[in-house]
Ligand binder design. Structure first.
Ligand SMILES: NC(=O)c1ccc[n+]([C@@H]2O[C@H](COP(=O)([O-])OP(=O)(O)OC[C@H]3O[C@@H](n4cnc5c(N)ncnc54)[C@H](O)[C@@H]3O)[C@@H](O)[C@H]2O)c1
Length: 256
């Protein structure tokens, strides 16, 4: 087992990539602190991994809210003492936001708040625990949209999702430099399109699915498990000299 007795904080643990990562990490011996703004989904994840680990726990936590994170931090300090790994999976896409009467600017703010500020806040409050024990691995989640341009009609250029993901790559680099001397590694995964709730509107539409598959040279979308396995590599000692990196897992999308 690669993560025996490790304590892992997973945000966005209630669905898709975060859920699959939580289950894989538990199979590898970790206790999972499952965070999601949707409490019931965070609990479902803990139920799903219970057969591998009985020490896991779920919290309702909106990663964009300082107060929520501080509450989880106090709880984690009390119940676990520390953490070894952070997987920052919580994320939203502008296309899925159904804020009533929301202006484009409000949608922009919310996407940046959850994707970028949420990643910052979780790292800001939890990294000191790793710094103190002089070991740890932080995995942020960016996207191919943080690496290459995308345009499909006027307006997409103002979409906050790609800039939020691009900024996570730079946050990863800078944080990795800060924490390297404390033996805390900080890396990032850039997935191509993966079949999850985030992309449901796209992959459930047959024409759009075909269009998307064709954009990936491997001719298909990724699976949450393929991202989780990359996270496992980065979390484990197998990646002991890797920090500040962004690993692309995209079936060749950005190689074109
Ligand atoms: N699916 C893809 O194609 C794809 C591609 C590239 C990157 N990503 C990134 O991977 C990560 C996981 O996405 P997914 O595809 O598994 O999506 P998903 O929608 O299946 O899961 C995201 C989870 O994050 C939670 N969440 C949303 N806002 C939150 C908040 N404010 N605080 C805490 N939790 C919150 C949701 O409730 C959900 O459980 C995201 O950061 C996403 O941007 C996904």
């Amino acid at each position: 087992m690669k993560l025996k007795q490790k304590i892992v904080l997973v945000t966005g643990a209630g669905s898709g990539i975060g859920r699959e990562t939580s289950i894989l990490f538990a199979k590898e011996g970790a206790s999972v602190i499952s965070l999601d703004s949707n409490y019931f989904s965070a609990v479902e994840t803990v139920e799903a991994l219970k057969k591998y680990n009985k020490n896991s726990i779920a919290f309702e936590c909106d990663v964009s809210r300082n107060k929520d994170i501080q509450e989880v931090l106090q709880n984690v300090k009390k119940n676990y003492g520390t953490i070894d790994i952070i997987f920052n999976g919580a994320g939203i896409h502008s296309r899925n936001l159904s804020l009533e009467n929301a202006s484009d600017e409000q949608i922009w703010d919310r996407v940046i708040e959850v994707n970028l500020k949420g990643t910052y806040l979780v790292n800001y409050y939890f990294a000191p625990l790793m710094k103190k024990k002089k070991s740890g691995s932080i995995i942020n989640v960016s996207s191919i949209m943080g690496l290459v341009g995308y345009s499909k009609g006027f307006g997409v250029g103002f979409d906050a999702y790609p800039p939020s993901k691009g900024a996570i790559i730079q946050l990863t680099r800078n944080l990795s430099l800060d924490l390297a001397k404390y033996n805390v590694r900080v890396n990032c995964i850039c997935p191509g399109y993966v079949k999850t709730n985030l992309t449901k509107a796209l992959h459930e539409d047959n024409d759009r699915l075909k269009e998307l598959e064709a954009k990936h040279p491997m001719g298909r979308l990724g699976t949450p498990l393929e991202i989780a396995k990359t996270a496992l590599f980065l979390a484990s000692n197998d990646a002991s000299f890797i920090t500040g990196s962004s690993i692309v897992v995209d079936g060749g999308y950005t190689a074109q």
